[in-house]
Design a protein around this ligand. Structure first.
Ligand code: FE2
Length: 418
């Protein structure tokens, strides 16, 4: 089982887990994965100023190393129990079939990547940011997720091209908009969330690239410099520095600016820049913060391999109440699904399937298309609803046992999602 401990309580033989959480948000979290080897090792960790670490308490997992660092069953149980307490689905997701929406979603995704690239390049060079391109892209994102929440989120999950920072902004935008739609926000609010996602990290365009891609621990000075990006982004977008557009040009709403400024605030007040607690952080800021962490954990970064979505959900769930408001985080998991659309999963039957539509009532039992046998050999695709609620269930009960990386198996975005 995953457990957070004080570095003071570390003992030789404990197994430290790399959760993939950002240095910026968790500067005192030690996350060099592996066993604690000696008292000297512990002294060195303390001397470097770390205060906490995640360890794996399961002795079997300890013996087997990193392959079983997460107690999946315990996490699944806890997630399922938490999600059961949430009342009926807030908003359905059946306006347009997934396969039909994929083409429009692909257009919206390409436009969002282009708009973010333009905005980042302009901000970095001191030229005016093209707010109109981002506003247009945000409207298209809102329209797509309101027709079908899964299509665009799936594309951003499977898209590997472009630089991390641009890909990340597009991903946060899609996730924030889809979550806003799930919460029942109106079209204008969903578009504003999409816009906040596209622009949330634009302040990083002012930071040196080597700092953004530094693999090791940041110095206090470097840390302080990077922590300025939410406020600098807000200033850039608000036009206070004269960067956004000409007089009379498009304006960015105040609640979008506030969300950009608040996307690194944390539920318990440990975030930055203001250390806001609980509802002092706006709803848009809280949504953006959740989408930001989930997307960062599940994308390859210059210095860190990505986590698969179910493991990222586990890490975030373990930190609920500290980083994010528990009820809102649980709704996010329900909206996106523990096994998001487009994920390649292994089934308890040994076969492999691609997750189709998310199943908000039963996020652990999505709709799937079985496409590979036990040995990853292609088979005639068969669709099942593992919950049996809205389509044929397998003849014998079958569960998802975990997500596996789609890339070594050559699966492309949108494939098998019929
Ligand atoms: Fe950020």
């Amino acid at each position: 089982m995953l457990k957070k401990v004080r570095v003071f309580d570390l003992q030789v033989g404990m197994y430290v887990v790399d959760t993939g959480l950002s240095w910026l948000d968790h500067p005192y979290l030690y996350c060099q994965e592996g066993p604690v080897e000696s008292d000297d090792h512990i002294r060195a960790i303390r001397a470097e100023g770390f205060a906490e670490a995640f360890i794996e308490t399961d002795r079997d997992a300890l013996a087997q190393g990193a392959a079983r660092i997460y107690d999946k069953e315990a996490i699944d149980r806890a997630v399922a129990e938490a999600l059961c307490e949430i009342p009926a689905e807030l908003k359905s997701n059946k306006n347009t079939p997934l396969a039909q929406e994929m083409r429009e979603a692909a257009r919206a995704h390409a436009a969002s990547i282009a708009a973010v690239r333009l905005a980042m390049e302009a901000a970095a060079s001191g030229a005016p940011v093209d707010a109109k391109a981002c506003l247009d892209a945000a409207r298209d994102i809102a329209a797509s997720v309101m027709r079908n929440r899964d299509a665009l989120v799936c594309l951003t999950r499977l898209h590997d091209g472009g630089g991390y920072h641009i890909r990340h902004c597009a991903g946060v935008s899609a996730l924030s908009a889809a979550f806003g739609d799930y919460l029942g926000l109106d079209r204008g609010q969903v578009a504003d969330l999409a816009l906040a996602g596209l622009l949330h990290d634009i302040g990083k365009a002012l930071a040196p690239r080597e700092l953004l891609e530094k693999p090791g621990k940041l110095s206090p000075e470097e840390f302080a410099l990077l922590k300025r990006h939410p406020v600098e982004g807000c200033t850039l977008v608000s036009g206070a520095s004269g960067v956004v557009g000409a007089p009379g040009g498009p304006t960015v709403p105040g609640h979008v600016l506030r969300a950009i400024a608040e996307h690194h605030e944390r539920h318990d007040g440990s975030g930055y820049p203001r250390g806001l607690k609980g509802s002092e952080q706006s709803l848009f800021g809280r949504i953006l913060a959740i989408a930001d962490v989930f997307d960062a954990l599940t994308q390859d970064r210059p210095y860190k391999k990505r986590l698969l979505p179910d493991k990222a959900m586990s890490v975030m769930f373990a930190l609920r109440g500290r980083d994010h408001e528990p009820a809102l985080l649980e709704r996010f998991i329900k909206a996106v699904g523990v096994y998001p659309t487009g994920s390649l999963v292994r089934l308890s039957s040994g076969e492999h399937a691609v997750v189709g539509e998310s199943n908000p009532h039963t996020p652990l039992r999505p709709k799937v298309t079985v496409v590979f046998d036990q040995d990853m050999a292609p088979i005639h695709p068969v669709q099942f609803d593992l919950s049996g609620r809205d389509g044929p269930a397998p003849a014998r009960p079958v569960e998802v046992t975990g997500i596996i990386d789609h890339r070594p198996h050559g699966i492309r975005a949108g494939e098998h999602l019929l």
